[in-house]
Write a protein that binds this ligand. Structure first.
Ligand SMILES: [Zn+2]
Length: 74
């Protein structure tokens, strides 16, 4: 468990912030992670950390919450 996407493995990257006077300062880029409930391929539901690009690409199936009143009718 870290700052990593559970689907593609994207993690923290590092590099330099370069100012106008060309001073170099170390900095990091974090992935745009979201903690979501997902339906895994074997059918189980788990909370996983997924980056926004995996979410928009449809690599994960979100668990859809069904309201109790609607579940009783079906
Ligand atoms: Zn990802």
């Amino acid at each position: 468990m870290s700052r990593m996407c559970d689907v593609c493995g994207k993690g923290v990257m590092s590099g330099n912030k370069v100012s106008k006077s060309m001073n170099h300062t170390r900095r990091t880029w974090r992935p745009n992670l979201h903690s979501i409930k997902a339906v895994l391929p074997n059918g189980t539901v788990r909370t996983i950390k997924v980056c926004s690009s995996c979410l928009s690409s449809g690599f994960v199936q979100k668990k859809v919450r069904v309201p109790k009143t609607e579940a009783a009718q079906n």
